[in-house]
Write a protein that binds this ligand. Structure first.
Ligand SMILES: Nc1ncnc2c1ncn2[C@@H]1O[C@H](COP(=O)(O)OP(=O)(O)O)[C@@H](O)[C@H]1O
Ligand SMILES: C=C(OP(=O)(O)O)C(=O)O
Ligand SMILES: [Mn+2]
Length: 537
């Protein structure tokens, strides 16, 4: 323990704590999480790459159905609440239910030896949250140390009172959920007045990371700052690119580019000075991970990285191909495990290129399209992709989905708010947008990482602007007819089918889904005017 601190957890309702391990070092965490006396999911296993692997039990992905926000004077008129006509994951709970959940979590943690980790969410001092994580499981302390911004000793000394507190009681769950009309024993609950997140019943690390993202998505747009579910990197000329996309579309894979400095792989803000990371680490998918296709991520899996739900045999040998526990196998690592990163603070200038990643399981979308400003707004609000199996509970097959702003599950405010903030920044800084399909085409196969990387290179070096384009009908998307380093046969998706009419049938079906989904946004003039930028039947 570098900083000796006397912290009382009584104010959170956690009493009689026997010991507090405060901001432990990586070495202390390693010893604690591999302790042979640990049982069950608490115990990590050392793998051949030096990283410890942990299993998270039933919950190997987020559980959006168990997410709740206390509806009170602070949130009543600000949160984008779920409604019968427009369902989302922001389900209201009463103060009474909150008290019951808090009682459940705090009584689990009372009387125990606990870990407390203080860290930052957000790279900029003026908008970051000082977050305190409280938990009884060592590897969870390791996870948040990897994922959030690690304060220096001096910053820790002056940390003061946290802006937000996360109480993780994953070992217990809420048996009395039916009385309170909740979905299950599991809870991921937020109180914006008390500024506390409670977790019970799920061990999935992603709940802590994405929970705070939802909170940044609340606070930043209200201050006129774009808050984005995207990765970001910076080229040699200082040129910044952001890559939006739902889980599994390639944010982490494609932003980790040895030619460019990584800013971050998942959550960013865009303010008057530029793009900045919320996090201090990355959370990469490891299913089918190969040294050949993703060498930087592979190399990041070493001591201090933390594997989740990866198959490791008794000798520590890893099988990244095994998805028998979940398709959503993961590794978290501090961003410094990637060699080419923006240092010392994960921030850079304004973005010039905005890329929307979609993993289209229908085989309709072109691998790359140039978007007009109107199409940019339309496709951002639509947030089309296929949900891949695993990251959310219950999703076992790729499912076509419209996830507003490419991150509906994490939006605390109405989607149009995120659209407004993004468009404002893009217009101010002359940024252009592209849609990149990292999913499937008429061949039935996923577009190769190699082709996608070459497409991204041509967007980022600007050469795509010189390419001739053709308009793909129905969607009216401009696609280049040739790009250096990219298989020409795949650029127009119609050419990947033996009969172009097969594409047309699928495209018509998908266009219908777009049109229906966009009805969520046509209750005002601005929304109505965007319909013309979408697919036309
Ligand atoms: N063409 C492609 N582009 C990007 N990723 C691809 C592609 N084909 C397959 N993949 C795989 O898809 C997954 C993308 O996941 P990831 O980059 O972690 O997504 P995200 O960060 O958006 O959740 C990785 O497992 C990657 O290996
Ligand atoms: C960690 C998650 O997302 P992503 O795949 O975008 O990193 C998640 O949705 O739980
Ligand atoms: Mn990711």
């Amino acid at each position: 323990m570098k900083v000796a601190k006397s912290i009382s957890l009584d104010k959170y309702g956690i009493n009689n704590v026997t010991e507090i391990i405060y901001n432990p070092s990586y070495d202390e965490l390693f010893i604690a999480e591999t302790d042979e006396n640990l049982q069950g999911f608490e115990r990590g296993q050392l793998s051949e790459l030096g990283a410890v692997n942990v299993m998270t039990g039933d919950f190997t992905g987020r559980s959006p159905k168990d997410k709740y926000i206390v509806k009170d004077a602070v949130t009543e008129n600000t949160i984008w609440w779920t409604s019968e006509n427009a369902k989302n994951d922001n389900k209201p709970i009463s103060q009474d239910t909150w008290e019951a959940l808090k009682q459940n979590a705090t009584s689990e943690l009372s009387g125990k030896k606990l870990y407390v980790v203080d860290a930052f969410c957000g790279a900029n001092e003026d908008t970051r949250l000082k977050v305190r994580f409280i938990m009884e499981v060592a590897w969870q302390a390791h996870f948040v140390k990897n994922m959030f911004i690690r304060p220096t000793d001096a910053e820790l000394e002056n940390f003061g009172e946290p802006d937000f507190v996360v109480i993780n009681a994953s070992k217990t769950s809420f048996k009395d959920y039916k009385t309170h009309n909740l979905n299950s024993e599991v809870y991921v609950a937020f109180n914006l007045t008390e500024k506390i997140q409670l977790i019970g019943g799920t061990w999935y690390g992603g709940e802590m990371k994405k929970g705070l993202f939802s909170m940044m998505n609340y606070y930043l747009p209200l201050q006129g700052i774009a808050s984005m579910h995207c990765s970001a990197n910076k080229g040699k000329e200082g040129d910044v690119a952001v890559f939006f996309g739902l889980s599994g579309t390639g944010k982490t894979t494609l932003s980790t580019d040895p030619k460019r400095e990584l800013i971050g792989d998942d959550e960013h803000g865009w303010d008057k000075d530029g793009v900045f990371n919320f996090e201090g680490g990355c959370y990469a998918k490891t299913i089918d991970l190969s040294k050949e296709h993703e060498p930087e991520i592979f190399a990041a899996i070493k001591r201090d990285a933390l594997l989740e739900n990866v198959t490791v045999d008794a000798d520590g040998k890893i099988d990244f191909k095994d998805g028998s526990v979940t398709q959503n196998t993961r590794v978290s690592y501090p961003i410094e495990h990637i060699e080419n990163i923006v240092k010392p603070v994960s921030k850079a200038g304004h973005a010039k290129k905005v890329i929307f990643l979609t993993a289209d399981a229908f085989g309709v979308m072109p691998p790359v399209s140039k978007l007009t400003p109107e199409q940019t707004k339309y496709y951002f609000l639509s947030g089309f992709t296929a949900k891949l199996a695993g990251t959310e509970r219950g999703v076992t097959q790729p499912e076509p989905t419209f996830s507003a702003c490419f991150g509906k599950a994490f939006l605390s405010l109405h989607p149009t708010k995120y659209g407004e903030e993004l468009v404002k920044k893009m217009e101010e800084h002359n940024a252009t947008a592209y849609m990149v399909n990292t999913g499937w085409n008429g061949t039935g196969k996923r577009i190769s990482i190699k082709d996608t990387r070459a497409i991204i290179d041509r967007i980022l070096d600007g050469s795509i602007e010189n390419a001739e384009t053709t308009i793909v009908p129905i969607f009216n998307l401009a696609v280049p007819t040739g790009l250096e380093g990219v298989d020409t046969n795949i650029l127009d998706p119609r050419n990947t089918y033996s009969e172009a009419s097969e594409w047309e049938t699928k495209a018509t079906d998908l266009a219908q889904l777009f049109v229906t989904n966009f009805e969520n946004y046509t209750d005002n003039e601005e929304g109505k005017s965007l319909v013309a930028a979408g697919p036309q039947l």
